[in-house]
Design a protein. Structure first.
Length: 165
């Protein structure tokens, strides 16, 4: 079953980086009582993710915060060490919470997983962006194919927030 607008996020545990090292963070800890902009990428450092998708959210982080978002988060099936370095390399550190979904548990529970095993990439997350309020999906834009990023861009999410939230 694929997650849709109006659904509560499935309970899953991500890994985040803390000053003490990697630590778990549940979807409840991420979302309960908060407004969250969450976007997913198939892989850190991959061309579209690195050159287009992440930079849009870094550039619009202040705008999203001004629209009332408590947290801007990015999830990927990469490990937290790769995501932490990617955040440093893209200027996302301190702006975007990096959520490692290394075994694609969240992606699978949300029905937003993408099997790229034929390309040697294993199970990944589809590319999407969503607005969440108190754990409930208010906006969800999923791309049809990994190289696309228009539906899930920060610009599109910001424009939809203005119209619907």
């Amino acid at each position: 079953m694929t997650l849709k607008v109006g659904d509560k996020l499935p309970e899953a545990t991500f890994t985040v980086m803390s000053p003490e090292g990697p630590k778990p963070m549940t979807t409840a800890e991420l979302c309960d009582g908060k407004k969250v902009a969450l976007f997913a990428v198939p892989g850190a450092y991959t061309p579209t993710c690195h050159k287009a998708h992440m930079p849009g959210f870094v550039d619009r982080a202040a705008e999203l915060k001004a629209k009332g978002f408590d947290t801007i988060a990015c999830t990927s099936t990469n490990d937290i060490f790769v995501l932490t370095r990617w955040a440093e390399d893209t200027g996302a550190t301190g702006k975007i919470v990096m959520l490692a979904d290394g075994s694609a548990d969240f992606a699978k529970k949300a029905g937003l997983d993408l099997d790229l095993s034929a390309r040697g990439l294993g199970v990944r997350s589809k590319r999407y962006a969503m607005a969440i309020e108190n754990g409930v999906v208010k906006i969800l834009n999923v791309e049809d194919a990994p190289p696309q990023h228009d539906k899930s861009s920060a610009a599109t999410l910001c424009s939809l927030i203005d119209r619907s939230l």
